[in-house]
Design a protein around this ligand. Structure first.
Ligand code: UD1
Length: 431
């Protein structure tokens, strides 16, 4: 089993380049099913979730050509199958985007119902509400969502009861080819919603209002091929921002859209760190003494839930008490027990955590419980005295490309190991 091993204590210094946004790319890959023409997607992150999503595309009969590590050409002209295998949905929840895309193009989809996951119950009732409003019969049978619109999809006026990234993207995918004008209210406004909408528009769709509370979609008869580059990953960038601040480093983070990082920058500034914004880069200089602050996760432009663990680790080394409220997922503080093994002082009550800053962490063997919690524990390990081993890094590899290598270029003593021998070798090297 692969693990990350690191010796903490070195401030991160240098430059790092951010890859394409995983969560945008997941919606875009499913969207490639909506045309029979070639779709070229550039700036794809080479991470596990994306590779599984591309495999799932092949499974339904699409061809996928990997031009290079970050570019794929997809052709869905020969798709025969409208059902996704259980294996894929188990590996990656976002394969629920196949429901919207298959429905949109073929008016039929059979996709296993995604189960719960480490961070909360994650229902998909809002997705289903949207599909039904568009004239689809949706049944849950034998663990699957079985959706069919025998007379085609018809535009509708949909109000989402919960602001949901997944439901917003799924409804866009289903309705771009529907007859008439669809209006979706109370939608999510995350940068990747805008990116998926821009991608679909580049295929000839007519989507307006992405990035606001209301999206208007005028159905078109057909979509055509496109070449599209995915936006930079807001969360990967934010993770390196926190890593720079927490290690008291100085890092220039390149290929970012600073506007997407404002909520993270604001918190790091409140803590006393220095931030310089450039057109496509952001520099974070960690202050020696950092102040506590309070954070509440909210839909965009609020503070992202996917940055909550990384920010909590940073706050756990500030001087004083911070409060973090998690308002998106009910179970996103499980990493706190792992962090406690490294000497943090955090109390959790429901969806609130009270973080009493400590002077430093000490190295330990900890488990990555999910993708972002795993990244947060790596940041903690880079700050800790001595050796930290992060286990179950498969979670981290779902969303971070070459996390260890990028950290190495910033001077971190970190390696990916898969045996006791490799661990001993690392320990000998770092002394
Ligand atoms: C997406 C992201 C995930 C991020 C999350 C919130 C992808 C692949 N994943 O997940 O990394 O943490 O947005 O920014 O893009 N909800 C319902 N009913 C629904 C759908 C959602 O009640 O039908 C609730 C959820 O339980 C949660 C909230 O709405 O409390 C937000 O969830 P949602 O935005 O849908 O998250 P995902 O799209 O699953």
């Amino acid at each position: 089993m692969e693990q990350f091993i690191m010796k903490g204590g070195k401030p991160l210094k240098g430059e790092v380049v951010i890859g394409g946004a995983k969560n945008a790319a997941l919606g875009i890959i499913a969207g490639a099913l909506l045309t029979d023409d070639n779709v070229t997607i550039e700036n794809l992150p080479d991470v596990r979730d994306i590779n599984v999503m591309l495999e799932a595309l092949k499974e339904v009969g699409a061809t996928v050509k990997r031009i290079d590590r970050h570019t794929a050409v997809i052709n869905a002209a020969d798709v025969q199958d409208v059902s996704i295998d259980d294996e894929y949905i188990r590996k990656i929840r976002a394969s629920y985007y196949f429901i919207g895309a298959l429905l949109g193009k073929y008016h039929k989809a059979i996709v296993p119902l995604p189960g719960g996951c480490a961070i909360g119950s994650r229902p998909i009732d809002q997705h289903i509400k949207g599909f039904r409003a568009l004239g689809t019969n949706v049944e849950i049978k034998n663990g699957c969502v079985q959706a069919e619109a025998p007379d085609g999809l018809k535009a509708a006026h949909i109000y989402l009861d919960v602001v949901s990234v997944g439901a917003t993207i799924n409804i866009m995918l289903a309705s771009v080819l529907a007859e008439g004008r669809t209006i979706v209210e109370n939608v999510a406004k995350e940068p990747h919603i805008v990116d998926v909408a821009n991608f679909l528009n580049s295929m000839g769709a007519n989507i307006k209002g992405a990035g606001t509370d209301t999206i208007r979609i005028k159905g078109v008869k057909k979509l055509h091929g496109t070449t599209y580059a995915v936006i930079p990953d807001q969360i990967e960038a934010g993770t390196f921002m926190c890593a720079a601040a927490a290690t008291r480093g100085d890092v220039l983070i390149k290929n970012v859209i600073p506007k997407h990082l404002e909520s993270i920058s604001a918190k790091l500034l409140e803590m006393g760190n220095t931030i310089y914004e450039y057109d496509e880069a952001i520099r974070v200089i960690g202050a020696d003494v950092q102040h506590p602050t309070d954070v509440k996760t909210l839909p965009y432009p609020g503070f992202p839930t996917d940055m909550q663990p990384q920010m909590a680790v940073t706050l756990a080394l500030a001087e004083g008490t911070s409060v973090v409220i998690e308002s998106i997922f009910e179970n996103r503080f499980k990493y706190v027990d792992e962090l406690a093994r490294m000497g943090s002082n955090i109390k959790v009550e429901g969806n609130v955590s009270v973080i009493d800053g400590v002077k430093g962490f000490t190295g330990a063997s900890v488990n990555a419980l999910d993708l972002r919690a795993g990244a947060a524990l790596v940041i903690a390990g880079l700050c800790a005295e001595g050796i930290t081993i992060v286990n179950e890094i498969g979670y981290i590899q779902r969303g971070y490309e070459h996390f260890d290598k990028k950290l190495q270029t910033l001077g971190a003593d970190i390696a990916m190991v898969d045996s006791d021998r490799a661990i001993q070798k690392f320990k000998l090297r770092v002394g």
